[in-house]
Design a protein around this ligand. Sequence first.
Ligand code: DP6
Length: 360
Amino acid sequence: MIVPEFIPKPYKSLLDSGYVAYSSPSNIALVKYWGKKEHQIPANPSISFTLNKCKTLTTLKFEKKTSKGFSFKVFLEGVLQKDFKPKIEQFFKRIEAYMPFLSLYHFTIETSNTFPHSSGIASSASGMSALALCLVHLEQRLNPEITKAFFNKKASFLARLGSGSACRSIEGTLIVWGTHANIAGSSDLVGIKYPYEVHTNFNKFCDTILLVDKGGKQVSSTVGHDLMHGHPFAEERFAQANTNMDALIEVLKTGDLAAFISIVEREALTLHAMMMSSDPYFILMKSNTLEIINKIWAFRKKTGLNICFTLDAGANVHVLYPQNEANEIRDFIKTSLVMHCQNEQFIEDTLGEGAQPIKI
Ligand code: DP6
């Protein structure tokens, strides 16, 4: 599948060498992407909050070369990463038609995260979006006529081909990816800014990420997505995601936090229910994940505060709450939840505005 809109016109000239750099955030889905078709097309629409502090910072150095094929080295925190090569090689293959200069340069990709690697925080989303942004930035230097809107669109398009959820990490603060009948402009190919009214209850919404288990995932997201093919509940699940998106449109407009909590927690538990009922089945939650969920429910019942949780494809818990309740909820997190984290590690984040170029 080739999308002509993203194929550039021939460049007038090429730069010999140089570098570009971008910082790109992670995101947390409210309605989850789980299941995809060929070419990184999602089986259902998803919507996410863009985070502010959890970011990947990437510098891309490029030097013209004469040899054939792709040539690149990847460093994480200054250490050469051979393990990242296959994923980036696959990414380059998928995007070569849209970035014809890829095989003309040797690249050095230097990357670092503001959060622990393999902490279960979606580092593939921030990592792949940062790399996509660097590449589009380089393209912009070859063709300065690219508009900001097209820049973001192409970055999202490319990021999706690296990792689906990465296409929701370019802009802030609420991003929709996947065609939905009632969201104008929504697309399977790129993430778009949520186009409708959002109640002030969601301004600077908070996310404390509890690092329950920092070990590598037993099952990668890519394998998990694949298990939705032939999954007995797949069609129901994809339909439910569409219905939840509809419900969320109303909730985002009215600021109904009780309804918000019900959608977000049901989505998180459904995601894990899909994993637990696939063939082969697997469980990514740990006992501490469940301890935390039960404590959140009891605290919410007792206080009436609008605290809820969501999960990614891992054991860590994202605790979501409105900014005007942050003091009490953060006290509760520190006194009652952090004890369930590995090395008592957690990250306090809020909604963010999206990726930024880094001046070097
Ligand atoms: C559970 O984007 O990591 O975080 O497209 O195979 O790279 P690939 O998968 P990925 O899937 C993440 C799924 C999720 C839910 C979500 O972010 O919507």
